[in-house]
Design a protein. Sequence first.
Length: 475
Amino acid sequence: MTDDSRSDEPLAGMPRRPARSAVVIGGGLAGITAALALADAGIRVTLLEGRPRLGGLAFSFQRGELTVDNGQHVYLRCCTAYRWFLDRIEGTALAPLQDRLDVPVLDLDKPEGRRLGRLRRDPLPVPLHLGRSLATYPHLSLAERAKVGRAALALKGLDLADPTLDTQDFGSWLAAHGQSARAVEALWDLVGVATLNAVAGDASLGLAAMVFKTGLLSDPGAADIGWAHVPLGELHDRLARKALDSAGVRTEVRTRVTSISTDENGRWSVQVPGETLRADAVVLAVPQREAHDLLPAGALDNVDQLLGIGTAPILNVHVVYDRKVLGRPFFAALGTPIQWVFDRTAASGLREGQYLALSQSAAQDEIDAPVAVLRERYLPELERLLPATRGAEVKDFFVTRERTATFAPTPGVGRLRPGARTKAPGLYLAGAWTATGWPATMESAVRSGVSAADAALSALGRPRPSDLFEFEEAA
């Protein structure tokens, strides 16, 4: 049965509703989500993506026999929208969560040499669930641990709806609450850099408070970590495409939109090479600078504010050894340039040896460094962290660079992030950079797609799909 007959077939004795259509521009997680939500509500949807595949900045590619993710992406149990997305594309089993938060943390900045600590939770209510882990965390002194506990309680008391939080930087707030430089490095930035893509001094207090309150101080299991045990392309391209096809969405890749406009009847025209698509609604799910260039005049009060939303890079270093050198799925590191190391051997299809991926957030100083320089910097650091690498042969070394991986979560960015609705009727925005209340994560992208679909369905007079993710939209 086609999408038309499914969505517009009247019930007995009821008049037939006119067909409604939408074009979603952008095939990342935000665009895929919006397209699925609209199609599930009976809207005829066309999804346009300029790249040759779906998934946005969370994708895979081939390098010889390896299937490589462009970067290591994880999510947390509190990422309820992304978990809904995985369910919707039937990919939950391929990206499982830990049974319980457990993060090994190796510290090289110790006189006695390498030292292992852990951040893990106990089956106790908040904040006791992290009490034992913090009390025994070897990378901080006893006095520093006590002050961390007091700062966490102060953080828990912040009101995320307070707009003044966005005007302050997280680093200054931590210093004012007794956090030493060592505590920031060994705990606050250990978590914050990976989730915010910025060090504490460069991050909005509002976004940082949201991360720590939601992830560590809301529910005992909120910070349990999940990650794809298959290439990201299996989830965000193949399974997403299958779900879109089943929902009746027309998906076109390698299709770049050149302009969008309205006609005299108020319908939207979307121009692509060789074709003009007409629709009742358009969801613009592209990066902020691309959105700036496509938005028609008057769609936002100040469209140039989008150019004020900066970007931040992420560098990923990939190393293939001829033997196994790491016995755990991942770890974080202190006292070294290395931040997080993940074992990607099984997911990549590697049959012999071991493949490690190093995820380096807030990588402004290294994003353009030559591969040879990065090799000289990171291989000796891996030898310091993992003694088993010292006799191993490096079979391959390469890097992937995402220069605009996320929006920069700087103080003041909150007032620049627009909501889903624009002033142009029928035109909506989606993307992790929009006003979701979250930093630039997969969770934020999915939430933005749901918000855009909700706004479009409301304007089109169509009911919300009963199984669509439910949340309170950010102000």
